[in-house]
Design a protein around this ligand. Structure first.
Ligand SMILES: Cc1ncc(C[n+]2csc(CCOP(=O)(O)OP(=O)(O)O)c2C)c(N)n1
Ligand SMILES: [Mg+2]
Length: 576
């Protein structure tokens, strides 16, 4: 193929020819790309050379995994497609965790990987890896482009597939000879995706059936997932909840889709969700799931999940209907469009006794902790962060207790405000995610609420934040443990803390060595001032909060238990 292309090229006027690298850059610009997260290597140098003069901002991470998480958070914060470009072999392999993270949370990314020359593919060439093979299960779609003539079309298709329907990461593998080969600049490269169909409008009859069920219901609950945020349908959720008078619970990824300060908010549901959300779901007569996928961390024991309820499921992805939990009224399509139609048919109902019951649960079992303690409590740190940022910050998280406390104690009021790895639960996501979010939203206050061991995984990216003058704030809830692992060992393994505590560096010193600001806090009395200082800093700032080491996250639905079988309610009640 390559020699044919060259023959044709030599017969054509040179000025009407473009290299593959130029086509890639031109098509990226046409797709509206103005920022990319890129790490170089031999087989992407033709692309790097063309990008050198392009009106596209380069952010160079310290590790490709970091770059992929940055592109992911850039997409989550902005609603645009995140773009990452890396080299073949080790570069591409380092993307896997980032792609899987984006795949599980339905985040639109276009990943471009360099590949060895087409004639070397399959030869165990230097830095060759079967990138499309390795990444197939962690991408929505991937392919290798072997002809320069196919580049523009494939890149357009990649952006379209990544950002439409249920969004997700798309990877395009480009051999280096395809980057340097030339073809006519006149090739139109129109998309050709006959098998890719998206149902955007929901079925009108199903919507009417759903509306009638809502209007009949005495004890409804709206269960909102991250799909509502991807669909930019948070305002439509507010309107439906108001018009039909519905209590609203969200998943971890749905936080921010409904203002948590509103009385109808039940906060997050699930394993570490609120007691009032979990009880309400278990006792409701109608569960209206929107852009959510009945993840096991949400349902607990599936058999007993919302067992007295009829279930409506509104989702763009037909494959997720009745996948985990049987659904009575499915509506497939775009959440925003469906919500508009549904709200037209919804009627107001008082539901006095239902809301009274919810208010009782809320009063009895609020998220709480020992407020009188003089030591640094993680929950207090987060409440103070929320107070000082007036609930307006963009929050990223690590994984573990830190993530759950962030979800429980920060009050999210708008969409795209919490950026967290929900589905894959990727430790190390928080710091690069904060960088990606800050790049997307330069004027926002971006705070990574992290765990010490999560931070350990990708802390090298602090240098990226320093290099690009990104004033991110990192709050390490430093318990000196893999706290969530320790909590499970305490509860289910007889307190045998097998390998869940490793030596940590002094984070303030590390931060300073990298060129960031570093602060250590080990007294409750210093928390507020440290946060003030952190928020005022123009440089990246790391605050090491030495928190009480053996704090637990409550409530907790242990694995295999029903959602209403929560541990720790007595603790919450006593501290309410
Ligand atoms: C990459 C990765 N490896 C392992 C795990 C399993 N895991 C879940 S939470 C956790 C401990 C997290 O520790 P830390 O970041 O200190 O958070 P904490 O729970 O203490 O707040 C581990 C090891 C994971 N989620 N991700
Ligand atoms: Mg920890």
């Amino acid at each position: 193929m390559a020699s044919k292309t060259r023959t044709r090229a030599s017969l054509t006027d040179e000025s009407s020819l473009k290299t593959g690298a130029q086509i890639v850059v031109d098509t990226l610009i046409e797709q509206g790309v103005d920022t990319m997260f890129c790490y170089p290597g031999g087989v992407v140098l033709p692309l790097f050379d063309k990008l050198y003069d392009a009106p596209i901002r380069f952010i160079n991470p310290r590790h490709e995994q970091g770059g992929c998480h940055m592109a992911d958070a850039y997409a989550r914060a902005s609603g645009k497609v995140g773009v990452v470009l890396v080299t073949s072999g080790p570069g591409a392999c380092n993307l896997v965790t980032g792609l899987a993270t984006a795949m599980m949370d339905s985040v639109p990314i276009v990943a471009l990987t360099g590949q060895v020359r087409t004639e070397l593919i399959g030869n165990d060439a230097f830095q060759e890896a079967d990138t499309t093979g390795i990444t197939r299960p962690v991408t929505k779609y991937n392919c290798i482009v072997k002809r320069v003539e196919d580049l523009a079309r494939t890149i357009r298709e990649a952006f379209y597939i990544a950002s439409t329907g249920r969004p997700g990461p798309v990877l395009i593998d480009i051999p280096v000879d395809v980057e340097v080969n030339k073809c006519s600049a006149d090739i139109p490269g129109e998309m050709n995706l006959p098998g890719y169909k998206i149902r955007s409008k929901g079925n009108a009859r199903q919507i009417s059936v759903a509306a009638a069920a809502i209007n009949r219901s005495e004890k409804p609950v709206l269960y909102v997932g991250g799909g509502v945020i991807s669909a930019n349908a948070s305002e439509e959720i507010r309107l439906l909840a108001k018009k039909a008078h519905l209590p609203v619970t969200t998943t971890l990824l749905g936080l921010g889709s409904f203002d948590q300060r509103k009385p109808e908010s039940l906060d997050m549901l699930g394993m570490h969700g609120s007691a009032y959300a979990n009880y309400a779901v278990q006792e409701c007569d109608l569960l209206i799931a929107i852009g959510a996928r009945f993840d096991d961390r949400v349902t607990g024991k599936v058999k007993t999940f919302a067992s007295g309820a009829k279930i409506i499921h509104i989702d763009i992805d037909p494959a997720s209907i009745s996948k985990n939990v049987h659904v009575d009224i499915p509506v497939v399509g775009d959440a925003k469009a469906i919500l508009v139609e549904l709200t037209k048919e919804a009627e107001f109902r008082e539901r006095k006794s239902w809301f009274e019951k919810i208010a009782e649960w809320k009063k009895k079992y609020p998220f709480s902790y020992d407020r009188k303690a003089t030591a640094v409590k993680p929950q207090y740190v987060i409440e103070e962060l929320c107070r000082q940022t007036k609930s307006e910050a963009i929050v990223t998280t690590g994984v573990g207790q830190n993530q759950m406390w962030a979800a429980q104690f920060y009050r999210f009021i708008k969409p795209r405000q919490l950026i967290s790895s929900g589905g894959l639960g990727t430790m190390g996501f928080g710091l690069p995610a904060a960088i990606g979010a800050q790049v997307a939203k330069p004027d926002a206050t971006v705070i990574d609420i992290d765990g010490d061991h999560s931070f350990n995984m990708t802390m090298t990216e602090l240098a990226t934040a320093v290099q690009y003058n990104l004033p991110i704030k990192v709050c390490i809830l430093d318990n000196g443990y893999m706290g969530m692992v320790r909590q499970w060992q305490e509860l289910f393994y007889n307190k045998r803390y097998s390998n869940s505590s490793l030596i940590n560096p002094d984070y303030a010193t590390v931060a300073q060595a990298i060129g960031a600001v570093g602060i250590t806090v080990d007294k409750k009395a210093d928390v507020s001032k440290a946060i003030e200082q952190m928020l005022a800093e123009k440089k990246p700032c790391v605050v090491d909060f030495r928190i009480t080491r053996e704090e637990n996250v409550w409530p907790m639905v242990a694995a295999g238990k029903s959602l209403n079988e929560m541990d720790g309610l007595d603790i919450l009640e006593s501290m309410a």
